[in-house]
Structures are given as C-alpha cells and as structure tokens.
Design a protein around this ligand. Structure first.
Ligand code: AMP
Ligand code: GLY
Length: 423
C-alpha cells in the first residue's frame, strides 16, 4: 500500500520512521515533509489546504491511506473530504475535531457526560464575561475558544489581568479563535498527558507523557510548542491511568457517539492530576509534538496496522506492544525561538549522534548541496531510551553533544520531574 503523510514537524518524522517499518507500506509520500522525512519518504509541495488537489494527488499516486499529523487540516475537514472521495484516512472528522478546535464544545461535552474538568462558563461578549469574574476566585483562567497555536490561554492572577485577557480575545488578539471565550476555574496539581487510539467505539491506551512547555531551564520563560518530553510519565500510576480511561476517555467516546460523530484517531488528553484525581484540561485530536517522538521510540508494534484499525473500526482486533524502557527527547531550537530567529544556519554531526542507538527526528530542517540547514524554530529532537528516565536523559544528552550547530540551543533539564520522582 502507498501512504501519504501530512505534516512537517518532528512528530511527522517520528510517524514516517515508524510507518516505513511496516510491511504494509510499499511507499511513503509526505506533504510537505522536512530533510529527515526525505530520507524515508518522497516529499511533495502539495498544498494541503487545497482538498481537491490532495484528492487528485491520492488518485494519481494510488494512495491507499492518508495519515494527518497536525490539527489544522483535521479541523478544516480534510479527513471528511478524503473519505467522501473514497480514500481511507487516519484522523477525526471536522465535527469530531471540535474536541480540539472549540474549548467550549469540549466543556459542554464534559458537563453533559459528567467528565471531570474545571468549572466554566462560555461567553460571546466582553461585558458578561467580565461580570462573571465576580463569581470566580483567583487565579482564574481565560481561554480563547478556537485554535490559537497554544497562545489563547491566560492564567490571570488578578482581576485586572483577567479583564485584559477578555479584552484581548474580543479585540481580536487571537483572530477568529477569540470570538468566543471560556472562563474557568484554576486547577492545582501536576500536569500529564495520556494518548488513546480510538475507532469511534473502542479506545486503546497508548501511553502517557510529560512535556516541557516553557523555553528555559527550571520551567522559566515564555511558552513554546514543547522543548522536550518523556514517556511514560511516572505520575501516571496504573490506578490513575485506569481512572482516566474510565472517567474521561470512555465517556468522551460515548458522548461523541451519542452526538452522531464517533471519534476516530488519536485522542490526546491534557490532564491535571488534582487531589481529587485526573481532571481534563483540554483535548487535542492528534499526537503531541514532541510527545509523539517518545511514544514512537517505545512502540514495538506496526503503527500502520494500528492506525488502519482505528480508521476502519477494528480496534478490538489489535494490540500494541511496547518497550518497557522509558524514552526521552530533547528539542534543539534556533536561538531566539519562540521569538524571531535566523534561518539557514548549518547543522552537522547527526550520524555521530545516532551512532549509539539514539534517534534524531527532524522538525524545521532542509537539505541541499550545501548540506543540512535549520529553517524553523524547533529544529531537531534528540530521542533515546534508557533503563530509567535518568538513563534515557543521559543517553539523549550524550547523543546531542555530538551535534554541531552554532545557532542552536536546548534545555538542559528535560526529565527533571520524573528523575526527582525516581530518586
Ligand atoms: P491548554 O491550551 O488548554 O492546554 O492550556 C495551556 C496550559 O495552560 C495548560 O497546559 C496548563 O498548564 C494551563 N491551564 C489551562 N487550563 C488550566 C486550568 N483550568 N487550571 C490550571 N492550568 C490551566
Ligand atoms: N507538545 C504539546 C502539543 O503538541 O500540543
């Protein structure tokens, strides 16, 4: 079978690396891909916002299965259009992708199906949103309803900050995403994520992970897309995993089914482990980046077979087999990220970094006759396993030390929370 993968990040390189190991895959195409993906797939400049063009590409290249990596094409309904054209695809419909695309949609689903989450209210005008602040204690969380590239969440310590956040949303700081606002209670606890592969009826727990959202060591500085991750997350005991599946994931699938929009694809639950147990902070409808990189390094089973089972409703017939060893990934980013940064800076030493079994997944890279260059904010994900998170951390940083890239930087403390727990 020929497969088309959509996306260009470290997540998609990890997916590509696993997909081409499947005996079911004869050839992999990727749109648009990156220099790492180009080593295992044929990259194409296909415009993925042009759904008829994607469908033509699939017909012309006899694509049997499409895997969508990022959220934007899912929310835009790419999977609906492919399926209507008779092309099998992995990922939710546009309606089901509202679990990520609309925070208000998810909160209402939680309320209806009694899924533990922060108390909340939805607003379409600034005045009533501000009036509601009188009923809330501080800190309070103000969220733009729609997709805001991880920027639409304001944790307000004071009433003035909350008011400024509400104004920012309704004045258009987050574009369309801010036309509606959710105000919610601030949850206290440790954050973790859980990934479940879903076929509309059945969910298969894939694994847990913890991300490092802030740019600087000690969780300081601005938020990023994620500077490193590990899996599993030691805070997620078997009891907490079972509770998350029973109290959050299973009722969500039942709720989506009841709404006539069964959820197929990856359900990524962002959780707060509070003193009452796991509560849902938010859903994403795709793999996390960089969480996917650590999950793929731990997965022994055929990813393509699992994804096909999710897409055709035969989840009960498959199982996932894992390496027990934890995996950890360190993101190398261009100096200046998440602000502005220079493009086109040279990178060398990837082969040496991979010599002892680590994997270097590419994100913002390109390659030409002049060699490998950084062209994005997040650029490389140096990923390794070890007998403990501490050992995986050592292996990843050892590998990273072989990479020569003057314009790159990385956090030096990825895994600190898990390592503290181990010792
Ligand atoms: P989200 O995009 O909804 O995941 O929010 C981004 C980050 O904001 C989360 O990873 C949390 O760190 C934080 N956050 C969001 N909602 C809450 C909440 N209700 N209580 C505490 N922290 C939150
Ligand atoms: N690493 C966070 C995300 O993928 O949303």
């Amino acid at each position: 079978m020929k497969v088309l993968l959509i996306g260009s990040g470290g997540r998609e390189h990890a997916l590509a690396w696993k997909i081409v190991q499947s005996p079911l895959c004869d050839k992999l195409f990727c749109a648009p891909g990156n220099a790492g993906i180009a080593q295992v797939a044929e990259c194409t400049t296909l415009d993925v916002t042009d759904h008829p063009a994607v469908i033509d590409f699939c017909h012309n290249n006899e694509i049997g299965f499409v895997v969508v990596g990022p959220e934007a094409p899912l929310v835009a309904g790419l999977v609906d259009d492919l399926e209507e054209a008779g092309i099998d695809a992995f990922g939710p419909s546009a309606y089901a992708a509202q679990l990520e695309g609309s925070k208000g949609f998810t909160k209402d689903l939680c309320a209806e199906f009694v899924i533990p989450t922060a108390a909340y209210k939805r607003f379409t005008d600034a005045e009533s949103a501000k009036a509601f602040l009188d009923e809330m204690s501080l800190p309070v969380v103000v969220k733009a309803d729609g997709l805001a590239a991880g920027k639409g969440v304001i944790i307000a310590e004071t009433r003035d900050e909350a008011i400024a956040g509400i104004d920012a949303c309704f004045e258009g700081s987050f574009g369309e995403a801010g036309h509606e606002v959710v105000i919610e209670e601030f949850l206290v606890g440790e954050e973790a994520s859980l990934f479940a592969l879903c076929d509309g009826q059945t969910a298969l727990m894939l694994g847990t992970a913890q991300d490092h959202k802030r740019v600087g060591d000690g969780d300081t500085g601005p938020n990023t897309g994620g500077m490193g991750a590990y899996s599993p997350a030691p805070v997620m005991t078997q009891e907490l995993i079972d509770r998350t599946m029973a109290e959050i994931i299973v009722p969500t699938l039942a709720g989506m089914h009841a709404r006539g929009a069964p959820f197929r694809g990856i359900l990524y639950a962002g959780l707060m482990i509070t003193n009452k147990g796991p509560e849902l902070i938010e859903y994403n409808v795709r793999f996390g980046d960089p969480e996917c990189q650590v999950l793929m390094l731990r997965l022994k089973s055929d990813l393509l077979e699992l994804m096909q089972a999710a897409s055709n409703g035969s989840m009960l017939e498959v199982e996932a087999d894992w390496h027990n060893d934890p995996a950890l990934t360190v993101v190398m980013a261009s100096n200046g990220y998440p602000g502005s940064y220079e493009k086109g800076t040279p990178i060398a030493g990837i082969d040496k970094a991979e010599a002892d079994g680590a994997m270097v997944f590419h994100a913002g890279t390109s390659e030409d006759a002049g060699g490998l260059k950084a062209i994005g904010g997040r650029v490389l994900n140096v990923t390794a396993r070890g007998a403990s998170v501490r050992e995986a951390q050592r292996n990843a940083y050892d590998a990273l030390s072989k990479i020569e890239w003057d314009n790159g930087f990385y956090r030096k403390d990825i895994g600190w929370r898990a390592i503290e727990r181990e010792s």
